[in-house]
Design a binder for this molecule. Structure first.
Ligand SMILES: [Fe+2]
Ligand SMILES: [Fe+2]
Length: 191
C-alpha cells in the first residue's frame, strides 16, 4: 500500500498536468484567442473540490506533527498553511469568474487571466517547497507511530478525477487530459 507521502506526491504529478492544461488556456486568453472556458472551469472546480478538501488537509496533519517535533520547520509550515488558504481563495475566484464567462456575464478577461496565472504560479511554488523541503523533512523526522496516528485521522475518499472511476462531471476534463498529455506523466488507476 502506498504511504501517505507517496500518495501526496502522486497527487502533485496529476496537479502538474492540470496546471499545464490551465496554462495552455491562459496563453490563448493572453493572445486574444478564445480559450476553452469549460475546461478551465472543470480544472478550477476539481481543484477547489478535491485537493482543497482532502489533499491539503492531509498535508496539514503531517505539518502539525512535524512542527511539534521540529520547531525549526514552523516558519515553513506557516507559509504552506497560508498558501493552502490562498490557493482555495484564488481557485474559487477563478472558478466563479470562468463560470460567469460561460454564462455570458460581463467578466473582464484580465480578471480570469490574472487569477489563472496567480493560481498556477502559487501552486507550482507551493508544491516545490513541499517536495523539495517539507516532505523530505517529514520522511526523516516522523516515526511509524506518528504516521499511524495520521493515517487513522485521514479520510479515505476516492479521487473523482484520477481515482478508480472518473465521475461524470469530470468525464470531459479527463478526455481532454488523455488527448493533450503524455499520460506517462499521470498517476492514476486507469493505466
Ligand atoms: Fe500543500
Ligand atoms: Fe501538496
Amino acid at each position: 500500500m502506498a504511504t501517505l507521502l507517496e500518495t501526496l506526491h502522486d497527487d502533485h504529478k496529476n496537479y502538474a498536468v492540470l496546471l499545464d492544461l490551465l496554462s495552455t488556456e491562459a496563453d490563448k486568453l493572453e493572445k486574444g484567442d478564445e480559450p476553452d472556458f469549460v475546461r478551465m472551469y472543470d480544472i478550477a472546480n476539481y481543484m477547489v473540490s478535491y485537493p482543497d478538501t482532502f489533499h491539503h488537509p492531509h498535508e496539514e496533519l503531517i505539518f502539525d506533527v512535524l512542527r511539534a517535533l521540529d520547531p525549526d520547520c514552523s516558519a515553513q509550515v506557516l507559509e504552506l498553511n497560508n498558501e493552502h488558504k490562498q490557493l482555495a481563495d484564488t481557485g474559487l475566484a477563478l472558478r466563479d469568474a470562468v463560470n460567469g464567462a460561460i454564462n455570458d456575464a460581463i467578466i473582464p478577461m484580465d480578471m480570469i487571466l490574472d487569477n489563472a496565472r496567480a493560481y498556477i504560479n502559487l501552486l507550482w511554488k507551493h508544491m516545490n517547497m513541499e517536495e523539495g523541503s517539507i516532505f523530505p523533512k517529514a520522511k526523516s523526522t516522523l516515526e511509524d507511530t506518528e504516521w499511524q496516528m495520521i493515517n487513522d485521522n485521514i479520510s479515505q475518499v476516492e479521487d473523482p478525477l484520477f481515482g478508480d472511476v472518473v465521475q461524470t462531471q469530470y468525464a470531459k476534463l479527463y478526455e481532454g487530459i488523455i488527448q493533450n498529455t503524455d499520460t506517462s506523466l499521470l498517476f492514476n488507476n486507469h493505466r
